[in-house]
Design a protein around this ligand. Structure first.
Ligand SMILES: *Cc1c(COP(=O)(O)O)cnc(C)c1O
Length: 330
């Protein structure tokens, strides 16, 4: 089966497993795991921030990052199909008492005029106050769309002007970086806090990081522990992340080429595919998914009339060509 349901399905390579087996470890709740410390320092530096913190999931990194900017009873603005709004089971409300208002953009983009009209400053006891704006790059449910750095810089300038924070859900920031050539540090410069994932296209089995100021990360460590996310000899997992940063970033360009190849076979304009996700509109979406499976290709439904395919580390050029043939015939 060629599995295009998600880029979370990758399994660690032999080399990654060897790096994990060799990892030097200690108790990370005591701050004594040297491999975790190395990963955290490296990721903070990649984005030009003071500090970073390993978390078990991207959802936890998002929860900790957003709560560092937004107090209970305040709001974060985000795009309507953002992962934080749709796919984290209300975590920001359930754990942090945070409300959200959303703008709608079919490609998940920053819509600054709408954000300006939504922004609510401190107005005493009458309105919920906006204290952060969150963006997602690349945007998952918008089909892996990249947010252009120019738009993010404009957002940063606006947010600074009105005194609110910017959070970037960068679960797939690596894909945006490889697709556009924009340095990671430039993405880091537009955000106060970020969440980045090692377990999507980078192919690590587990792990994400929250990135931000030393103060935000220090507070994040307390909340991570409070939520049950304090882990012990977790250098075993951090070693997989370090290996992924060394070996699996530049190769994301292959995933993007494979996604365009499959898109073209499915009648989707390859120019509309920014990274490793293809959304195919189909009125018969569930029949299409079943027929693809018969042909040896697993894809997923993202709504009654849309099918999603995701390329990743475990999909070779040959697999992509075979998937293109099977799906093209459907
Ligand atoms: C996958 C993903 C996350 C985090 O997911 P976890 O499964 O909790 O690691 C966050 N944001 C986006 C956009 C994602 O695609």
């Amino acid at each position: 089966m060629i599995d295009l349901r998600s880029d979370t399905l990758t399994r660690p390579t032999e080399e990654m497993r060897a790096a994990m087996a060799r990892a030097e470890v200690g108790d990370d709740v005591y701050g004594e795991d040297p491999t975790v410390a190395r990963l955290e320092e490296r990721v903070a530096e990649l984005f030009g921030h003071e500090a970073a913190m390993f978390t078990p999931t991207g959802s936890m990194a998002n929860v900790l990052a957003v709560r560092s900017l937004v107090a209970p009873g305040q709001e974060v603005l985000c795009e309507a199909s953002a992962h934080i709004a749709r796919a984290e089971l209300g975590a920001h409300a359930a754990y942090s008492g945070i409300t959200m208002r959303t703008w709608i953009h079919p490609r998940g983009q920053v819509d600054l005029p709408t954000i300006r009209s939504m922004f609510a400053p401190e107005m005493g006891m009458y309105f919920v106050r906006t204290t952060a704006i969150a963006v997602e790059n690349t945007h998952n449910f918008a089909g892996g769309a990249v947010l252009p750095i120019e738009d993010l810089r404009d957002l940063r300038e606006y947010a600074t002007g009105v005194g609110v924070g910017v959070h970037m859900d960068g679960a797939r920031i690596w894909n945006a970086h490889v697709a556009t050539g924009t340095p990671l540090v430039e993405y880091g410069a537009v955000a106060d806090v970020m969440a980045v994932c090692l377990s999507k296209g980078l192919g690590a089995p587990v792990g994400s990081l929250m990135v931000g100021s030393a103060d935000a990360i220090a507070e994040g460590r307390v909340w991570r522990k409070r939520m049950g996310g304090g882990m012990r000899q977790v250098g075993i997992l951090a070693a997989a992340g370090l290996h992924a940063l060394d070996h699996h970033v530049e190769r994301l360009a292959d995933d993007h080429a494979h996604a365009r190849l499959i898109a073209e076979a499915c009648g989707v304009d390859p120019a509309s595919v920014d990274t490793n996700i293809v959304v195919v509109p189909r009125t018969d979406a569930s029949e299409f998914v079943a027929a693809a499976r018969e042909g040896g290709v697993a894809v997923s439904l993202v709504g009654p009339t849309a099918v999603r395919l995701v390329t990743h580390l475990d999909v070779t050029r040959g697999d992509a060509e075979k998937a293109a043939a099977v799906l093209g015939a459907l």
